[in-house]
Design a protein around this ligand. Structure first.
Ligand SMILES: [Zn+2]
Ligand SMILES: [Zn+2]
Length: 136
């Protein structure tokens, strides 16, 4: 087995109050979530990257948190910029994992593949969901 390769990336929100450094897998796990919660939170499908523990360096004092119950009753904590309201991180208590909103990265050119999740009955009809880009 070869050694895992990690890549260092930077990102931030539109107003610049939030800046972060993140360590990602060379080919990170990226999901397009089409669930109704995400749609209502950000106005559309959300693209998130599963983070390894302690992968992100961020000043949490400038983040605001909105907590709600996910589909299965588990707590979801949406972290967003207190100034411009850009979504930054989502914490899913069930998995004890943070997910980064992919669009916050300064460079997105390496994100070549994403899997669609929670799209049944809730994705925009104009978006093409096919067997080769879905997880479930
Ligand atoms: Zn979702
Ligand atoms: Zn901001």
């Amino acid at each position: 087995m070869g050694e895992k390769i990690f890549i260092d990336k930077t990102g931030g929100c539109i107003c610049g109050d939030i800046k972060f450094k993140v360590k990602l897998d060379e080919i990170p796990l990226v999901f397009n979530c089409h669930c109704i919660d995400c749609r209502k939170k950000i106005g559309g499908m959300m693209t998130i990257i599963l983070l390894r523990d302690k992968a992100i360096e961020i000043d949490k004092s400038k983040l605001k948190i909105y907590e709600h119950a996910g589909g299965s009753g588990n707590k979801i904590k949406k972290h967003f910029c207190g100034n411009c309201a850009a979504p930054i991180l989502t914490y899913v208590e069930k998995y004890k994992k943070y997910y980064l909103y992919a669009g916050l990265l300064d460079d997105i050119s390496f994100l070549k593949k994403a899997e669609n999740i929670h799209f049944k009955d809730s994705h925009f009809p104009f978006m093409e969901i096919s067997d080769n880009n879905t997880k479930v």
